[in-house]
Each structure stands twice: as C-alpha cells, then as structure tokens.
Write a protein that binds this ligand. Structure first.
Ligand code: ASP
Length: 335
C-alpha cells in the first residue's frame, strides 16, 4: 500500500511540476519548459550535469550526453562507466546509446578501454552511416575519433570479481545496496536519462556496464534502440533499467512510447509495459528487476517497476534534486 501511496504523491508532485506554474524555464519563442529525468539515485547528479546545459539554453541532446558522461565518471557507481563491475572473465565492457527526438540515434556495445561510451555512441550517430558498433570495431572507431585508450577496471571492481570467482554464481540482485545488504554493491543498473529543452526537442541517453559477471560478449538492452531507449518528438521518450533480456524480449522502450502514442500517460504506459513482462514470464518476474521511466512531450513524467525500490530523479527550474519512488508490481524485493 505504501508503494501506491508514494506513487500517488509522486504523481501529484509531477502533476504540479507539469503545470504552467510561473518560474519554470521557458523560452519566449516556444513557451516550452525544460526538464530532465534520470533513473536511480545517481540520476540526481546526472540531472544536474544535464541541467547546466539546459539552463544555459542548450539542447536536450547535449544535456543527456552531459548527464551520461557524469555518470560514467562517477567513482561510486559499480554499475555504470569506469567503476562498473566486469564480466565473468574480469573484463569491463560498456554499453551505451543516445537518441534524438527526430529519430537520429547511435550506440556502442561491449566497448572496452574507453571512458565515455556515450560520446562514442554520439559519434556513431553523427559521423557514420550506421547506428551501432560493437566490441573491437567500436573500440577502433573510438580510437580513430581521438578518444583516449584507458584501462578502466578499478581495484575495487577487480577485488569484487576475484571474490565472485569463489562461487562463480551468476545471480543478478534486485536493488542490493538500496535494500541495505551489508557489503553488497548493486551488480546491475543503468543511467537512463531523458530531456526536453526549451525548443520542445527531446533526447535520451542510456549508459551501463551491464550485468556484473555476464558472459563475455553479452549485450544488454541499453545500447539497443527500442529496448533500453526510445525517443520520438511526436510523443515522448522512454528508458529502462533492470534485466536487459526482458527489455529486449518486449522491445520495451519502444512499447512504452507507442502506448503513450495511443493516449496513455507516462505512468500508465510504463505500468502496462511492466504488466506485459509479468504476463510473459510470471515466475521469472518475481526474481528479477525491471524498471521503466518515461516522459511525454508535455514534460509529464511517470515510472513503474517490477519490484519496489526503483527511484528516479527529476530536475527542472523549480527543483533540481527531486528523487521519487516508483510504483511497482511487487512490494517485496526479497527473493
Ligand atoms: N539493463 C542493464 C543491462 O541489462 C542493467 C540494468 O540496468 O540493471 O545491461
């Protein structure tokens, strides 16, 4: 029940934020309000980086890239960027995608040795005729584009991997840190970030180190346009975090945007997409986390998750560090 209550509170707050209250950053030309939203608590920092761009009149595309870069540099995050946990062979490989509301997009998957996969994804979008580059090809492209090569695996991530080798048990956890499990770091999450700028242009970005201890070569949903991220200026934008295989099976972010196109609010669209995950794999859905975050072209925001514990950050000219609880199907995160 408390989850439902929190959801209502969040909806009410965002309803207010979505109104035409005075003081919101509005362009005299379009009257659009800028807003940026991100997955998880580390989304607060990512939003601030993005807001610095939006508040200066910058584009949604530049804003989401800045937010994603902030998360990729974060020294406290075991699930995104330089401090991410590696695969089962002890290799850190990163996935990222970026999409503009006019349909331009780019992504990289299983990228090694490069600090900012999101910026490489943007170069794929802007400098190549392709959408996605993977593995060694993506790395070579990044080097040709002038990105420095860096050994990224931290001492802490390497130690966690060595500890994991004692059992070699692939066991994705549901919100481990947020459940306060002593000594446990989250072993998967994603920074998904969506923005609308004062010209009414939308953009999104997604960046992650994927599932800790994944098979070498595994690619999650985050770099797959339509799975981990989808943006359409006509409707809105969606992003995802959690067990990427479920997002890929359901073309989930595309699904959320299409549900909004059919008239659902962002929260309703996320909820219906989550229900589809449950209907397809009811047993599995009890043991894994899936979370959706969406914003429509009016700047209204909604989220839904399988399990309690998903939080998302909202930032606009009124409040830069709002962190809200998502509603969920299951109240318990115990497995
Ligand atoms: N969606 C990411 C992946 O499957 C992980 C996560 O966000 O929890 O790679």
């Amino acid at each position: 029940m408390s989850t439902r209550r929190q959801f209502l509170q969040a909806s009410t707050l965002l309803g207010a934020l979505g109104s035409t209250a005075p003081g919101l950053l509005a362009s005299p030309r379009s009257g659009k309000e800028a807003r940026v939203v991100s997955t998880w608590d580390f989304g607060v920092g990512a939003n601030q980086a993005a807001w610095n761009v939006l508040a200066g009149g910058g584009s949604a595309l530049d804003a989401v890239e800045a937010g994603a870069r902030w998360a990729e540099s974060d020294l406290c995050n075991s699930t995104v960027g330089r401090c991410g946990y590696p695969d089962r062979d002890g290799v850190l490989s990163l996935d990222a995608s970026i999409m503009a509301g006019d349909g331009r997009c780019g992504s990289v998957a299983a990228l090694e040795d490069i600090l900012h996969p999101i910026s490489v994804a943007r170069r794929v979008m802007e400098q190549t005729p392709h959408v996605m580059l993977v593995g060694e090809g993506a790395r070579q492209f990044a080097l040709q584009q002038g990105f420095p090569q860096q050994k990224l695996l931290t001492r802490e991530a390497d130690a966690a991997w060595r500890e994991w080798l004692k059992t070699e048990r692939y066991a994705p956890q549901i919100n481990a840190e947020r459940r306060g499990i002593p000594g446990d770091k989250d072993n998967h999450d994603t920074l998904g970030i969506l923005a609308i700028d004062t010209n009414g242009q939308m953009a999104g970005a997604c960046t992650t180190s994927g599932m800790a201890w994944k098979l070498r070569g595994r690619v999650g949903d985050s770099p797959i346009i339509g799975a981990g991220l989808y943006v359409d200026n006509e409707v809105g934008a969606a992003t995802a975090s959690g067990m990427g295989e479920e997002m890929i099976r359901n073309a989930a972010s595309f699904l959320v945007v299409e549900l909004m196109r059919q008239g659902r609010s962002p929260a309703e669209a996320c909820q219906e997409a989550i229900q589809r995950v449950v209907r397809k794999r009811p047993e599995a859905s009890r043991t894994l986390q899936v979370c959706f975050l969406a914003m429509n072209r009016n700047g209204e925001v909604g989220a839904y998750a399988l399990h309690r514990g998903f939080v998302y950050a909202v930032c606009d000219s009124r409040k830069q560090d709002a962190l809200l609880d998502s509603a969920s199907v299951y109240a318990s995160t115990q497995r």
